[in-house]
Design a protein around this ligand. Structure first.
Ligand SMILES: Cc1cc2nc3c(=O)[nH]c(=O)nc-3n(C[C@H](O)[C@H](O)[C@H](O)COP(=O)(O)OP(=O)(O)OC[C@H]3O[C@@H](n4cnc5c(N)ncnc54)[C@H](O)[C@@H]3O)c2cc1C
Ligand code: FES
Length: 268
């Protein structure tokens, strides 16, 4: 059940010019959180918070949730100025979250930029449940080294971990789908999870073909409460939630998502 309230920042760290890491004491949210779910955040007393902002849960445990935030606009710039002990108004956990893989098959997780948190959380939970680390391949890409984060946390998981940056400042130079495509081509089977920009998700879905593939969409969420339809995505007619007479159906990422089966999405 979702919960809403004021929670205290246990730790806030500026990792680079544009990434911050937050740990928030929020036992009722942490206890229920599942990989792929998100929270809606406001800063009490700030005018930037007419609408709350959504952030994926990177980890939940010991009564805390961890978030990684990319500083992008007004709200995230305000969040970067917060201190330990400050209060955030948080609602969550929200959204459907990822389904677990159908079997102990190789797992391919592809993260674009700030899409890493829900995938990291999924890996942590699967490892806790005994999923073999040697079957897990995590691909994390970003524009530049300054946009990559949680690297030590991932290395500590002892899984196969690949990096790519657009400018070549860390990992291979180029798009993160390229190393994923190369590896997936060899096995042609496995379960695929991805989170990141739509163009990357479309490419991942194409490579995964008919294999199990779940995508977490980070659409703009104007209201976050299911009332504006501003976050809607097109799904194939026979697979969706909200009927649409134009031959496709709309699903709201904030309500019916953020995770969808790749096979259900109607790519333009
Ligand atoms: C389900 C979900 C999970 C998310 N998880 C994370 C996360 O873990 N960490 C994180 O840093 N961000 C995450 N985001 C994105 C985050 O919500 C936005 O970056 C944030 O709302 C920006 O708020 P702002 O006030 O700083 O920027 P705004 O002033 O609202 O916007 C600044 C600029 O960023 C653009 N923008 C805003 N939101 C998005 C978006 N979702 N995608 C692309 N461009 C956007 C705007 O169009 C504008 O140009 C997630 C989004 C969703 C929907
Ligand atoms: S953000 Fe308004 S309906 Fe989803």
């Amino acid at each position: 059940m979702k919960c809403s309230g004021n929670f205290q920042i246990a730790s806030i760290e500026r990792l680079s010019s544009n990434i911050i890491r937050l740990e928030i004491d929020s036992p009722p949210i942490a206890e229920q959180a599942r990989p792929g779910q998100f929270v809606q955040v406001r800063i009490p007393g700030k005018e930037t918070n007419i609408w709350p902002r959504p952030f994926s849960i990177h980890y939940a445990g010991d009564g805390r949730i961890t978030l990684y935030i990319k500083i992008l606009g007004k709200m995230t710039a305000c969040m970067a100025k917060l201190k330990n002990g400050d209060i955030l108004n948080i609602t969550g956990p929200l959204g459907n979250g990822f389904a677990e893989p159908p079997d102990q098959v190789p797992l391919y997780l592809v993260a674009g930029g700030i899409g890493l948190p829900p995938l990291y959380f999924l890996v942590c939970i699967l490892l806790k449940k005994g999923f073999p680390p040697e079957l897990i391949h995590l691909y994390s890409g970003a524009k530049s080294a300054a946009d990559l984060f949680a690297r030590d946390e991932i290395v500590a998981l002892n899984i196969d971990y690949r990096l790519a940056t657009d400018d070549g400042s860390c990992g291979v130079k180029g798009l993160i789908v390229e190393p994923f495509a190369k590896d997936f081509e060899k096995s042609k089977s496995g379960a695929v999870y991805a989170c990141g920009p739509m163009a990357m998700l479309a490419a991942v879905a194409k490579i995964a073909e008919k294999n199990f593939c779940q995508l977490s969409l980070e659409q703009l969420m104007p209201c976050g409460w299911g009332v504006c339809n501003g976050c809607a995505v097109k799904l194939k007619s026979d697979n969706s939630i909200v009927e649409d007479e134009r031959g496709f159906r709309l699903a709201r990422v904030c309500k019916e998502g953020p995770v969808f089966n790749a096979d259900d999405i109607l790519w333009d």
